[in-house]
Ligand binder design. Sequence first.
Ligand SMILES: [Zn+2]
Length: 68
Amino acid sequence: MTQPATVDDLVPAVPCAYCRSPIPAESFTYWSAAKRLLSAPCPDCHRRVTLAATTWQRWIQTPEQATS
Ligand SMILES: [Zn+2]
């Protein structure tokens, strides 16, 4: 049941909404005072990606399983 941990596992990433490049979860910051939205600049296409906090938390709590 145990799998070797990799850096990717330890640092969850959220795919960019525009180019699908992984954006480190830690780079997201709260965008609204109500903390319902987070945003981060994409390191690849440099667009600002905005996520609902619930969506972001889902990515963090259940990192995408290796399917490749
Ligand atoms: Zn991008």
